[in-house]
Ligand binder design. Structure first.
Ligand SMILES: NC(=O)c1ccc[n+]([C@@H]2O[C@H](COP(=O)([O-])OP(=O)(O)OC[C@H]3O[C@@H](n4cnc5c(N)ncnc54)[C@H](O)[C@@H]3O)[C@@H](O)[C@H]2O)c1
Length: 328
């Protein structure tokens, strides 16, 4: 049986594809290449260029490739953009996910793993966020994802579609073998942006807010390395295939680093003392987002890259690869 990876030409999806291929799975990718890259798709995976909302196409792909499980990464992911274009976000992330779930149910798909986000927790200022906390996303992106979670859970009850919902915290780093990385030029992820500043791709780095109630006043986030995250999906998929319970699971390391700590590590690893500008808080940034991770760990998931220096080194290497690609 094959696994269908939607958004498999994007940052996290492309690492997932590598992980699945390394594990001996057959993989078919569906991606409309809106933010993904054809070159991010390894030869061993089939790529279908198209939209997850295209039910005829998805049905055909499922039948032709003998798909039993769907890993659904395809989405738009930029929070400020979701505020200015909420209907675009609800269309792409929620309406099209509804279509995909319906196609999956009709085709008899057994397992569905969904990319959700810590953004569903909203402004919950707690030391550790657990999956059972009340959810109150504060932007359209988070709401577009929470509605998808609900649809999946309801489709499970009504139609038996088995699901794992993974709520990612801050995803970072790049494949240690150098096969993929975060390639979106306008990405807003702190570690990528800091790596770009270190390599002269940006003139300076903004730090938003230095008066939070944290050890150094800057926001604290739980950074999870992208291959570790991909392996969490593999573990969740195996559990579903073996009859394990459907579940909602945080994906992080259970400890955080502040913005200034990350900046220090990027300066140390790169050897570049790039300019840092201390700016006022941005609206909607909680002081601290750190995951409680007992659930995903209870499935046997063990991080292999829980080391900020290593993650930053991977990000810097990948940024250099991209610079070489542009120069060539
Ligand atoms: N990057 C993070 O830190 C983070 C954190 C939490 C959750 N997530 C979730 O992880 C998933 C992947 O994010 P990413 O960082 O890899 O983003 P990305 O933009 O690199 O990848 C998304 C991929 O989906 C494709 N896509 C988008 N809409 C599509 C559609 N309608 N049909 C077909 N393909 C479509 C894009 O072309 C792209 O290849 C998303 O669902 C996102 O919400 C990401």
């Amino acid at each position: 049986m094959a696994v269908l990876v939607t958004g498999g030409a994007g940052y996290i999806g492309s690492h997932m594809v590598l992980e699945l291929l390394d594990a001996g799975e057959q993989v078919v990718i569906l991606d409309n290449l809106s933010t993904g890259f054809r070159w991010a798709v390894p030869e061993a995976a089939a790529l279908v260029v198209g939209d997850v909302g295209d039910q005829d196409l998805v049905s055909k792909v499922i039948e032709e490739h003998g798909v039993d499980s769907i890993l659904h990464f395809a989405a738009r992911i930029v929070v400020p953009e979701s505020v200015t274009d909420p209907l675009g976000y609800y269309f792409n992330n929620t309406v099209k996910t509804r279509a995909l779930i319906e196609t999956a149910v009709r085709a008899g798909i057994k397992n569905f793993v969904f990319s959700s986000t810590a953004a569903v927790y909203g402004n919950a200022d707690m030391p550790l966020l657990s999956e059972d906390m009340p959810l109150s996303p504060i932007n359209p992106y988070g709401r577009s994802k929470l509605m998808s979670e609900w649809m999946l859970q309801d489709a499970h009850v009504a139609h038996g579609l088995r699901y794992a919902i993974l709520r990612y915290f801050n995803v970072a780093g790049a494949d240690p073998k150098g096969r993929s990385g975060q390639s979106t030029p306008q990405a807003t992820h702190l570690i990528k942006v800091a790596a770009q500043a270190a390599l002269g791709q940006r003139p300076y780095l903004d730090v938003f807010g230095t008066d939070y109630e944290t050890s150094d006043g800057t926001c604290v986030r739980d950074y999870i390395q992208v291959n570790d995250l991909a392996r969490a999906h593999l573990v969740a998929l195996r559990s579903l295939r073996e009859g394990g319970d459907c579940a909602v699971m945080n994906c992080g390391y259970g400890h955080g680093a502040s913005v200034l700590e990350v900046v220090d590590v990027v300066k140390k690893v790169s050897g570049v003392d790039f300019e840092v500008r201390l700016s006022p808080r941005r609206p909607g940034d909680p002081a601290q987002l750190v995951a409680k991770v007992d659930r995903i760990r209870s499935l046997g998931w063990q991080p292999q890259h829980d080391n900020l220096m290593e993650i930053v080194d991977q990000a810097l290497r990948w940024e250099r690869t991209l610079m070489g690609r542009i120069a060539a």
